[in-house]
Design a protein around this ligand. Structure first.
Ligand SMILES: [Zn+2]
Length: 55
């Protein structure tokens, strides 16, 4: 399942990173979430893996 990203520059939702406008696309989750969020670690790990695969 691909994570839906939101572009910081144009505000469009996209699956691409970076966005087609060249802006940075980020996951549109709140910046702050509970440290007890059991999915938080998974999300961070998944993000790192995606970045590693793209480099
Ligand atoms: Zn954009």
């Amino acid at each position: 399942m691909k994570a839906l990203l939101k572009c910081k520059t144009c505000g469009q939702y996209t699956l691409q990173k970076p966005c087609s406008c060249g802006g940075e696309a980020v996951q549109p989750y709140p910046a702050k979430y509970s440290p007890e969020d059991k999915y938080g670690e998974y999300r961070r790990k998944a993000k790192k893996e995606i970045e590693a695969n793209q480099s």
